[in-house]
Design a binder for this molecule. Structure first.
Ligand code: AMP
Ligand code: MG
Length: 321
């Protein structure tokens, strides 16, 4: 039951976490590039995608990989200096570590979603990564439009500990372990809290990624006493799955009302919350549909909760519109 996929996935993500943490500490300004959509991308995105895709492809050559990044940006002549830096972090591989090898490894993640495939976000929460805060490495296995296996590597949760791994296999529960000691796995469960005075509400740090004004209004109408807490990346799913927070809400920002979420931003996290006893839907209450390509075309926004309060939050969202 996906045990080999889980073992290899955990191994790859744990290695990638250590590498990404080292890069985060040693980053200089030249290590950040800009993608065609003007979003930032770093040498860590490419080094992690190369490392994880290499390991997955070696162990599962028949399973395609849908990664967030491709080698387009690093192939530009003005960015040629980044290869030496990326190679420096990939020295554990017995390979030539030249431009071609690195681009080929990154582009192993160039598949289109179809049938059974991996999806990888090498650095989810790049802006948090650049601020020295939360980010995750997110890997999921999707088959027939359903997430079967999800792994979140959270290097800065809690800070300065080597980080936490969360994972779930469909129908088999959710687990967490220190990244440095995967054998210390323990099950995680969403909270049982229903009293708004005790509940914690989490949302994106970046103001342009969700409608924080409306989210604040909804948390007030729910009478949640604590102010919403901001954090980057799918760490928010790990926090809800393990019962630290109760509600993660992501309403499309008014400036980008038609934004559709990317599969790699939600596949792993949503399974981990659901297998921990929580619930995940879009803001209309529809289940996330992972059968529509790289984006969640049929869904708008995200609501992840401990399950007990899900319906109540949906009602408040609906009443506000
Ligand atoms: P978070 O750290 O939770 O804000 O999520 C980071 C993710 O937000 C990135 O991986 C992007 O794919 C995604 N993102 C980028 N632009 C938007 C947008 N306008 N609305 C929602 N999500 C976005
Ligand atoms: Mg992302």
């Amino acid at each position: 039951m996906l045990l080999k996929e889980k073992e290899n996935g955990l191994h790859a993500i744990a290695m990638a976490m250590a590498m990404a943490s080292a890069i985060q500490k040693e980053m200089t300004s030249g290590d950040t590039l800009t993608k065609s959509d003007r979003s930032p991308v770093t040498i860590a995105d490419f080094a992690v995608q190369a490392l994880v895709c290499n390991i997955l492809h070696t162990n599962f050559p028949g399973i395609p990989i849908v990664g967030e990044e491709d080698s387009h940006v690093i192939s530009k002549p003005e960015n040629r200096d980044v290869f030496a830096k990326i190679a420096h972090y990939l020295q554990q591989f017995d390979a030539p570590l030249n431009k071609k090898w690195i681009c080929d490894c990154v582009d192993l993640g160039g598949a289109e979603p179809d049938g059974t495939f991996w999806t990888l976000d090498p650095i989810d929460g790049t802006k948090g990564f650049l601020r020295g805060e939360q980010f995750v490495i997110a890997l999921a296995l999707i088959s027939a439009g359903r997430v079967r296996l999800g792994i979140l590597g959270c290097p800065n949760l809690p800070p300065d500990t080597g980080g936490t791994l969360f994972w779930a296999i469909q129908g088999r529960g959710s687990w967490q372990a220190p990244a440095a000691a995967v054998s210390q796995a323990r099950p995680v469960w969403a909270s049982r809290r229903t009293n708004p005075r005790q509940m914690k509400f989490v949302e994106s740090y970046e103001s342009s990624h969700s409608d924080k004004d409306t989210q604040l209004e909804i948390s007030r109408r729910l009478q949640i006493a604590n102010p919403p807490e901001q954090m980057d990346s799918q760490v928010k799913y790990g926090i809800v799955a393990s019962g630290i927070a109760d509600i993660y809400l992501r309403i499309p920002h008014p400036a980008t009302p038609d934004y559709r979420e990317k599969i790699w931003d939600h596949a792993a996290g949503s399974l981990i919350v659901e297998e921990a006893g929580g619930r995940v839907s879009d803001i209309d209450g529809k289940p996330l549909d992972f059968s529509t390509g790289k984006t969640l075309h049929r869904n708008r926004g995200i609501l992840a909760t401990n399950g007990l309060v899900h319906q109540r939050v949906l009602q408040v969202i609906q009443r506000g519109r």
